[in-house]
Design a protein around this ligand. Structure first.
Ligand code: ATP
Length: 309
């Protein structure tokens, strides 16, 4: 008897996703004031991957981050972490917003300690204190640890916010335009610091940005968010640049320049298309509606039926 040998098929299982969005849609409001923001969003982020979402103002980037953070719930589809549906916010997903949201009556140390004390309750006081100091040092703020937010520059406030989130040791870092309120120089310095910290920690990270250069410097993959309403995700652009990356060297790197041109062209084209569609819709033929007057609903239905038209 001859045994038929099955041809061996190489089945490489793709790396499991840390975060997933599957068929996600989200809108706000109801009736005529309803606005559809995100439509049919499919996004898979692998464990340890750094993904940057680039997009236009108002397209729904923050809404997307809030869905991943569990601060918003999707209208359609599911948002998953490690294959489990996300049902609300949690310390395993740390988020840094554009507006630092620090408590004004607490110092840098106090702001970081507040979160650490709340999350690591089983640690000793000394352990928590060391942990807080370590993260304040990591973002270069040891000299200002005693200062309150109003005594800090924008960059220092954002560093505090970053230290507060990183100190919670989240498995996933969600950065929602963390640098966009800063001046160009501070932004550049902080980009390099985020890059350094991430290259050491390698947490799964999603960065929202409107800066293509920033996305290329930091991310493994760039995904554009097309203009809304009903914004969809565009194709992924893989950033093949070696790590560690050195910002000052990238401007002379041909792959960097090529990728910047490709992503920028995609964004310019997609916006032009969206504007053309918008213009088409606004010049579309106006449909004349009959001039109907609503009758009072308080009248009994018989009275309405029998009344002269
Ligand atoms: N809770 C909410 N209720 C009603 N509308 C909302 C809510 N959150 C966001 N929106 C609307 O959804 C749209 C997308 O907002 P979102 O903040 O997600 O965009 P964005 O791309 O992050 O914008 P920006 O780049 O300007 O920060 C906007 O029109 C906004 O007004």
């Amino acid at each position: 008897m001859t045994h038929r040998v099955k041809p061996s098929i190489r089945t490489e299982t793709p790396p499991a996703s840390k975060l997933s969005m599957r068929g996600v849609g989200k809108g706000f409001g109801s009736g005529v004031s309803r606005k559809e923001i995100l439509h049919d969003i499919d996004l898979e982020i692998a464990d340890g991957e750094f993904v940057a979402i680039v997009g236009f103002s108002g397209s729904g980037k923050s809404t997307l981050t809030k869905l991943l953070a569990g601060l918003e719930t999707p209208d359609t589809g599911t948002v998953l972490m490690d294959g489990m549906a996300i049902s609300g916010p949690g310390p395993e997903r740390g988020i840094v917003f554009q507006n630092y949201s620090l408590l004004p009556w607490l110092t840098v140390r106090g702001n970081v300690a507040l979160s650490v004390d709340a999350v690591f309750r089983s640690w000793t006081k000394a352990e928590r204190k060391d942990h807080v100091e370590k993260f304040i040092e990591m973002v270069g703020l040891s000299h200002a640890a005693h200062r309150r937010p109003h005594e800090l520059s924008g960059g220092m406030r954002q560093r505090t916010s970053l230290a507060r989130t990183l100190a919670l040791k989240p498995q996933v870092l969600l950065l929602d335009e963390p640098l966009s309120a800063l001046d160009a120089l501070t932004r550049s310095v902080l980009q390099e610091e985020i890059l350094k910290i991430w290259e050491e920690e390698r947490q799964t990270c999603l960065l929202i940005t409107n800066d293509v250069d920033e996305a290329i410097l930091l991310a493994d993959r760039i995904v554009p968010l097309n203009p809304g309403p009903n914004a969809t995700l565009g194709p992924s652009f893989v950033v093949g640049l070696d790590r560690p990356r050195i910002k000052s060297e990238l401007n002379h790197n041909e792959s960097f320049k090529k990728l910047r041109n490709t992503v920028t062209k995609y964004l310019v084209d997609v916006r032009r298309e969206a504007r053309a569609k918008e213009a088409e819709a606004s010049t579309a033929e106006v449909i004349e509606l009959p001039d109907l007057q609503p009758r009072s609903l308080s009248l009994p239905s018989k009275a309405i039926l029998n009344s002269p038209v």
